[in-house]
Write a protein that binds this ligand. Structure first.
Ligand SMILES: Cc1cc2nc3c(=O)[nH]c(=O)nc-3n(C[C@H](O)[C@H](O)[C@H](O)COP(=O)(O)O)c2cc1C
Length: 171
């Protein structure tokens, strides 16, 4: 069995939650990517990386692509968390935007619905979201207060496919 590790980058806790659920279900290690070097991953054959989507971009995707290129013997899985409900083709769009054709790509990519947490957001992110919310309320008639309310739509069940894939490939 290949040794598995879950790494994550999480600003407001949604990705951390998913990462911890996945690691708990796989019985493997789980760590924030901050401070981790590629050399630290020598013992692991299977690396799962998760992060939030910010303005369409997966946080830390550049670093992961660099690592995937340097350690292509490992199996890399990436998951992204975002507040946009996954309609037909959404997961594919996030994947194609972040992992271009000639770039290193993970063996599998997953998108998990999360939410918005204004309380844990940093100052600049909150400012940005306020601007988005203003625009959304004007465009779509969404009540401004609703647009600025924290929401958590994480679901542990969403990880089932990822777990199935990893168990099959790492086992
Ligand atoms: C400034 C900002 C931009 C965001 N942009 C997007 C986006 O483009 N698409 C999306 O689905 N969610 C977007 N979100 C929501 C986050 O992706 C979501 O809250 C994510 O789960 C955050 O993960 P984290 O708290 O683990 O970092 C954005 C949130 C913030 C604060």
């Amino acid at each position: 069995m290949k040794k598995i590790i879950v790494l994550y980058h999480s600003k407001t806790g949604f990705t951390q939650r998913y990462a911890e659920w996945i690691a708990e279900d796989l019985g493997c290690e789980c760590r924030p990517i901050k401070g981790v070097k590629l050399e630290d991953l020598q013992d692991y054959g299977f690396v799962i990386y998760g992060a939030g989507v910010y303005a369409g971009m997966i946080a830390g995707a550049g670093k992961i692509k660099n690592w995937m290129g340097k350690a292509s013997e490992k199996t890399w899985i990436v998951f992204a968390t975002g507040a946009t409900p996954s309609k037909e083709g959404h997961e594919e769009l996030v994947f194609q935007t972040n992992f271009r054709k000639r770039e290193s790509r993970p063996a599998h990519f997953y998108y998990f619905l999360s939410g918005i947490n204004y309380e844990k957001m940093g100052f600049f992110d909150r400012l940005l979201m306020r601007v988005f919310a203003e625009a959304a309320s004007r465009r779509a008639g969404v009540d401004r207060a609703t647009a600025l309310t924290s929401v958590n739509r994480c679901s542990r069940d969403a990880t089932a496919e990822l777990l199935r894939y990893v168990r099959l490939k790492a086992g």
